[in-house]
Design a protein around this ligand. Structure first.
Ligand code: AMP
Length: 451
């Protein structure tokens, strides 16, 4: 097995890595660190949870540590991140890895007062982690100079484009000096990202640890078919039966997340919601409570959850199936982080079976069916040959007796296939329970979370 020494890391960084408790590099670290130390550009297909922050932070720190430029500190490394949470986490990682170095770093993002950020910038920084909106704002006001940047990292590039940041990225790129080392990380590699990568990476080394090949394997997955009206009861039952102490529940809408938190509260389950309509303070508090264990359940929308880096999440509940299949992979990747294992439950009602078909096509396998719960509903199972993303007509949803299926033990049910369609599934039509609140990429939800 490769160790950190053989990747060419300095003693100082090896010490930092050891004090973080890392024993061996993850695949994205193994493949990215050597070319980055040689000064190459890197294009990484890796999602949050794979160890990609260390994959870029360690070599950037090492090269920066080789030589300190004369005069006042200036920004030598710029890391752009789509969300505040991810930006803050990247900055935290820089703090951990640069503990034994003379490096000043800082994160800036919107939604909070700019004055403390401006003061830090005025004192001089080596590394700046930023969301695009606040960065351009402060550049416009003359507080940030990025003309001497040696390392430019674009993190979660696919999410950046989803959130409509392409113009902002282009503006930033125009302000950077020509001579610099570039890194681009993205969980997926659609054409738009390949084009963006081609526009500023030079002869980049491609590192691909996309989820199909890794993360998903360590995560136990279960699909449960049921009526929409039964979802809450099943969730409460699972949380109680499995004594969940650190679980994340995904809903498609912000409203749905708020409502669910209230409903869980009525069942004596402490939960907090995290989504784009929450203030930065509320989001930080929710995350802090979740991290310290006082809030066992976090209810999140996809966009807010991106980059949530909390070790020890044992359960992911897809309360609503995502209409973008890629989101499913991101969601379940919140568990089984850093070598641990985890379980991801997905609830599928009769309006969501097309989403399930799309998800199964993307991950290239059928999710085992768990039918031994009191709410099992065969009407939600995809029909053979059902197309991805299509919303099945509501039928057979009249009242029916509960507990219609009480067989014990987990079982696989191959009827959930429907993988006969080829090609990449896209987001589906609007359904009755998807009242335009969340839709395909570039949606309102995304935009309202912009900085
Ligand atoms: P990231 O993908 O950068 O968000 O990292 C996910 C998590 O994995 C973070 O909590 C890191 O501290 C942790 N991590 C990163 N590299 C390693 C490693 N080599 N061994 C164990 N944990 C790691």
């Amino acid at each position: 097995m490769t160790d950190f020494q053989s990747l060419g890391l300095s003693e100082t960084l090896l010490k930092a890595v050891a004090s973080e408790g890392y024993t061996s590099p993850t695949p994205v670290q193994e493949q990215s660190i050597p070319p980055l130390l040689e000064g190459r550009d890197v294009l990484g297909v890796a999602q949050t949870g794979t160890g990609k922050t260390a994959a870029f932070a360690l070599p950037v720190l090492q090269i920066m540590g080789r030589k300190r430029p004369q005069g006042k500190r200036h920004i030598r490394a710029l890391i752009l991140s789509p969300t505040r949470e991810l930006a803050a986490q990247i900055d935290e990682r820089f703090a951990a890895y640069s503990e034994h170095m003379d490096i000043r770093h800082r994160v800036i993002f919107g939604g909070v007062k700019q004055n403390p950020q401006v003061r830090a910038l005025q004192k001089g920084l080596d590394i700046l982690v930023a969301t695009p909106g606040r960065l351009l704002d402060l550049i416009g006001q003359g507080f940030v100079d990025i003309t001497k940047v040696e390392f430019f990292v674009l993190d979660e590039a696919d999410r950046m484009l989803d959130m409509g940041f392409i113009r902002d990225i282009e503006k930033v790129l125009k302000l950077l000096p020509n001579k610099r080392q570039n890194l681009l990380f993205s969980a997926t590699m659609p054409k738009s990202i390949a084009k963006l990568a081609g526009s500023f990476l030079n002869n980049a080394v491609m590192v691909d640890v996309s989820p199909q090949e890794m993360t998903v394997d360590r995560i136990e997955q279960r699909i449960m078919f049921l009526r929409k009206a039964d979802k809450r009861r099943l969730l409460v039952q699972l949380i109680k039966d499995e004594r969940v102490k650190c679980g994340i529940v995904f809903t498609r809408t912000k409203h749905g997340a708020n409502r669910l938190v209230k409903q869980l509260d009525q069942s004596n389950i402490a939960a907090a919601a995290i989504h784009g309509n929450k203030s930065q303070g509320a989001r930080t508090r929710a995350l802090a409570g979740f991290k310290d264990g006082s809030i066992p359940i976090l209810v999140a929308t996809d966009i807010a959850s991106r980059g949530i880096d909390v070790d020890g999440i044992t359960h992911v509940f897809n309360y609503d199936l995502p209409n973008e299949p890629e989101s499913y992979v991101h969601r379940i990747g919140r568990t089984a982080r850093a070598g641990r294992s985890g379980i991801a439950y997905a609830f599928c009602d009769d309006s969501e079976s097309g989403y399930l078909v799309g998800i199964q096509q993307l991950i290239g396998k059928e999710i085992p069916v768990e039918s031994s719960h009191p709410f099992h509903f065969i009407g939600a199972i995809p029909k053979p040959g059902q197309k991805p993303g299509k919303i099945k007509e509501k039928s057979g949803t009249k009242k029916r007796p509960r507990h219609q299926n009480s067989n014990r033990g987990r079982q696989n049910n191959n009827r959930s296939s429907g993988g006969e369609q080829s090609g990449r599934p896209r987001g589906g039509n609007r359904s009755r329970n998807n009242r335009g609140n969340q839709n395909s990429r570039g949606n309102q939800n995304n935009r309202s979370n912009r900085d």
